[in-house]
Ligand binder design. Structure first.
Ligand SMILES: [Zn+2]
Length: 401
């Protein structure tokens, strides 16, 4: 990192005024964590108002005049200090703006392009978008420009993506394992993989935490056909499995079809065996759901008609009853909500599941990535992120704080 940047980062320690350094350090930390100026100033206001109250005018003393004078002096001092602190906070925010600009400019062009793309989608300036995302990196313990500059464009199984150099090593190993497979198997793996996403500049969906994708330390393989089975989707799928006659689902368990906690706890099996068990369970769930969709969409309307049916009968109380509810819930869960565009999105995903099941990533690829130290989202206990593979963050990447 260049000197200007170092200078800005250590701005507080060079501060010569009379506000305690610890106070400014704390404010600087708050700002970097994403506090708004309004919030910081409001908090200062509150603190000083409270402090002034403690210097109230109703002291009883033998020498009242002297006490009052002393009190007045303290009040004047406190007001001056508050004013100065507000001024310093103003300055800190200006410094922070400047820091963000300089940092953004120190990011290499190919990553800046990603910021431009994401910013455009949000109708923002790239620097504004960087400023919005920076607190997530900071809170996770990363110096944003430093870790971003370790991300690069690579090819994996014929797909172009951007990942961190650590992830690149893992993917290279995995690709070598795939390339060493018997020719037909290898070609099968290559032919089944279409799109791989690496770097995604965002927090974890619906959370205040940075996604490993924003560090280039996670990849998603064919997200369109390997959905996330988490939250409401997991529940909708479990409800469907629960509703199925047991002869149709020979391996049906009474509860928690996607819960593999017993697999995880068994330390006697290797990680490859554990992965195989998770994969087989997922495959059987996938087949059950396909069977359900096959039956339901044939029994009622085709999914094409379902869209119209659903949208026109959305407020029909009958929709709350079987068999609409189970399919409807899955559509809403997959689409992320009840709005027309979400219903359409949900139906698109259901069609993909009906066609391809819940997983199109070949077992051989799961194995190759597992052997190369990438953790698969299908190994999570109760909920699955089927498309997702990640690596743990080496602690040396974090800034020393
Ligand atoms: Zn992912």
């Amino acid at each position: 990192m260049n000197d200007i940047l170092e200078g800005l980062l250590s701005y507080v320690s060079n501060y010569p005024g009379r506000i305690p350094k610890a106070e400014l350090d704390r404010r600087w930390d708050e700002i970097q964590k994403g506090a708004t100026k309004e919030a910081v100033l409001r908090e200062i206001e509150k603190r000083f108002t409270e402090a002034l109250k403690t210097l109230g005018p109703n002291l009883v003393s033998a020498d009242e005049t002297k006490e009052q004078k002393q009190q007045q002096a303290q009040q004047v001092e406190l007001l001056a200090l508050g004013k100065e602190l507000r001024k310093e906070v103003d300055k800190l925010f200006l410094e922070y703006d400047l820091l963000c600009k300089i940092e953004y400019l120190s990011i290499k062009p190919e990553i800046q392009k990603e910021f431009q793309k994401s910013a455009r989608a949000r109708n923002q300036q790239p620097i504004e978008f960087y400023k919005r995302l920076r607190p997530y990196y900071y809170r996770a313990g990363f110096t944003a420009p430093k870790i971003l500059n370790d991300i690069k464009s690579i090819k994996f199984l014929g797909s172009d993506l951007m990942v961190h150099v650590e992830m690149e090593k893992i993917l290279k190993r995995a690709e070598q394992i795939v390339n060493d497979l018997p020719r037909e198997v290898k070609l099968e793996v290559y032919s089944k993989v279409h799109t791989i996403l690496g770097l995604q500049l965002r927090p974890i969906a619906g959370k205040e935490t940075l996604s490993l994708h924003a560090l280039g330390l996670a990849i998603d393989i064919d997200p369109g056909s390997n959905p996330q089975v988490i939250g409401k989707v997991a529940k909708a799928i479990n409800d469907i499995l629960d509703s199925m006659p047991s002869e149709m689902v020979p391996d049906k368990v009474s509860q928690g079809h996607l819960e593999d906690s017993n697999i995880k706890r068994d330390l006697s099996i290797t990680s490859e065996e554990r992965l195989l068990q998770a994969y087989e369970k997922l495959l059987s769930t996938s087949q059950d759901i396909q069977a359900f969709l096959e039956q339901k969409t044939n029994d009622l309307e085709l999914l094409d008609d379902w869209e119209q049916t659903y949208l026109s009968k959305k407020d029909d109380p009958k929709l709350g009853n079987q068999p609409y509810a189970l399919l409807g819930n899955l559509i809403v869960a997959f689409g992320g909500g009840n709005k027309e565009s979400q219903i359409k999105n949900g139906i698109r995903k259901i069609k993909a599941v009906k066609e391809n099941g819940l997983v199109t990533i070949p077992l051989e690829l799961f194995n190759a990535l597992n052997k190369s130290n990438a953790t698969s989202g299908i190994e999570w206990h109760t909920q699955k992120d089927i498309m997702h593979f990640e690596t743990t963050v080496p602690s040396t990447f974090k800034q020393s704080k």
